[in-house]
Ligand binder design. Sequence first.
Ligand SMILES: [Zn+2]
Length: 128
Amino acid sequence: MAWVKFLRKPSGNLGKAYQAGSLLSLAPTVGLLNEPGQNSCFLNSAVQVLWQLDIFRRSLRALTGHICQGDACIFCALKTIFAQFQHSREKALPSDNIRHALAESFKDEQRFQLGLMDDAAECFHCKR
Ligand SMILES: [Zn+2]
């Protein structure tokens, strides 16, 4: 394929050619909505980082079996939003499902509750 040859060129002008949504960008860029009062920027940024990690995106897509937590299932919510990223023609999507799943999952600890700000890095921690 032509773009593979391009990448192998020692002095290839990759920086100039790389643009979101181009052939070299494997993950389409879709934003996540953060309406006033939602304070979901910490979660949205974490989800966007995970989406842009090719190995994570592909691995998540390949996983099928899990112990579903229903309304608190972050796995299902993440799979849903990734499918939306893949297929939606919208420029930005709501992150309500994963926000609710996160809040429900950490209800006992009173962390990541709806409308409250939190730390993006904390989203990556596993619940014990
Ligand atoms: Zn599930």
